[in-house]
Design a protein around this ligand. Structure first.
Ligand SMILES: [Zn+2]
Length: 467
């Protein structure tokens, strides 16, 4: 459905007014649930986006946003943004931690293909980044990032005319300065095409937000859990244990942070609107991975591919967006590059592992052939295992390459992945294992090694990435 058609349904309001209503809650926006990848397309192909803003809110679980069904009011601004755009309900991160996931997000490649699986690696110069592709097409490019994983050392700065890394230390109270930098940058953006990449670390541990947010979301609690990475490390080392009350408290602290970054998003959306950018800019909101709260016995992220970690949000707004569309078909962060290029009417990057999520509108085909999606974890810290996920629309199959353990879950009946049904479905397990073997045979780029300074190693220790 085109934006014009939606305007008609919403009544005789101007497009600008329609956007305002959906952004700031001034009116009712009907939600439409579309069939997976409908032939009618997600964007009105008569309207082309000029610019691209990609927002990554690190560690943000999809299921902790109101637009994904979360019952607490943590995300009013993001929910209104979603109501005016396209929401992908089932997006998998190809890696459960920051560096490989963002490298996939910015290259369209799986970790095995781009090769960056360790904090001592950087992206090989032969692998193009989205910023490089867009710069080649004359875009002005800028990135403001909030985590050392994304700093120049690992190569993700390539293609950005302006690249700023803002260090956030453990224990610092958010919000980060990324949002303020973005607001200033948008004021001076001027004419010409641009790509702005924003990475916020505000939801990552340590869980800290201003008192006003903690008052709203943190209930009475008398335990010891404090939401610091240092304490999570002690839990992982078996020095302390957490119970249900502790997990509930940690969720409260996490939710307060989401509410805080949502206020930053509200300011950002207002700026985008005030500068008229919603008329010519594709804006995507996503995350690199989620977070565990004991669902499968763990905390933080990086070690498993269960849904609490692997499922991330993906919301897209832009000129001609089918406001209120919800897409159930599985997608992945590797789809962001092909989809962005499509929305910007630029030639496809044929080497990408991902697909153009918007392809239906151009090629006129309906339901897609079922995809297999993969995720990989080769964390170079305390994780000794090497874990893989292979999944389709209905099943997830978790394979531990070190122990040989295989677990199969039926998301249709068991969305929380609590009941391993592998023993009762040996053929299904075999099928997924073969798919995984074929995937792992794919050769990727050789990511060059980088050296970390003692100071960098200390910083990574404070963030829980290195023992
Ligand atoms: Zn991350």
């Amino acid at each position: 459905m085109s934006m014009n058609a939606r305007e008609e349904r919403a009544g005789s309001v101007s497009r600008r007014e329609f956007l305002k209503r959906s952004l700031y809650g001034g009116g009712t926006v009907a939600l439409a649930t579309l069939a997976p990848f409908p032939g009618c397309g997600l964007f009105d192909s008569r309207r082309t986006a000029t610019n691209f803003i990609l927002i990554s809110i690190d560690t943000l679980r999809a299921d902790h946003l109101g637009c994904y069904g979360y019952p607490r009011s943590v995300s009013p601004a993001i929910d209104r943004f979603a109501a005016g755009g396209v929401l992908f309900e089932d997006v998998t991160s190809p890696a459960p931690w920051t560096l490989p996931a963002h490298t996939s997000m910015l290259t369209g490649l799986y970790p095995s293909r781009h090769g960056v699986k360790s904090l001592t690696q950087r992206l090989d110069d032969s692998v193009p980044t989205l910023a490089e592709i867009l710069a080649d097409h004359g875009f002005r490019t800028a990135a403001f990032v909030n985590c050392s994983h994304l700093n120049r050392k690992h190569g993700l700065h390539r293609g950005f005319d302006e690249f700023r890394y803002i260090f956030r230390s453990a224990g610092e109270i958010h919000p980060s300065r990324i949002g303020d930098l973005a607001l200033r940058w948008l004021d001076g953006a001027g004419g010409g095409r641009f790509f702005l990449f924003l990475h916020f670390y505000d939801v990552h541990s340590d869980y800290r937000s201003k008192e006003t947010y903690e008052k709203q979301f943190v209930r009475a609690y008398s335990g010891e859990a404090d939401g610091t990475t240092a304490q999570f490390k002690r839990f992982r080392d078996g020095e302390i244990v957490f119970g249900d009350d502790d997990a509930t408290h940690l969720v409260d602290l996490y939710d307060a942070q989401i509410r805080q970054i949502d206020d930053m998003m509200k300011r950002l959306f207002r700026k985008i609107d005030a500068t008229g950018r919603f008329d010519d800019t594709v804006v995507m909101i996503t995350s690199d991975h989620g977070e565990e709260f004991l669902e499968h016995g763990g905390v933080l992220h990086g070690r498993t591919h269960y849904r609490e970690v692997s499922r991330v949000p993906l919301l897209i707004r832009g000129p001609g967006a089918a406001g209120g569309a919800r897409i159930r078909e599985p997608a992945s962060l590797i789809d962001i590059v092909p989809t962005a290029l499509s929305n910007l009417e630029l030639p496809a990057y044929n080497d990408a592992d991902g697909i153009d999520l918007n392809a239906g509108r151009r090629r006129g085909h309906g339901r897609r052939k079922e995809r297999r999606l993969f995720a990989e974890a080769d964390h170079n810290n305390a994780v000794r295992d090497s874990r893989r996920l292979v999944r389709d629309r209905r099943f997830t199959c978790h394979v531990d390459l070190v122990t040989g353990t295989v677990r199969l879950f039926d998301l249709a009946r068991d969305p929380r992945e609590k009941n391993d049904i592998g023993a009762g479905h040996p053929e299904k397990v075999k099928y997924f294992q073969k798919e995984l073997e074929a995937f792992m045979d794919t050769k990727g780029a050789a990511a060059p090694e980088v050296e970390l300074s003692p100071a960098e190693i200390e910083r990574l220790k404070s963030l829980g990435y290195v023992k």
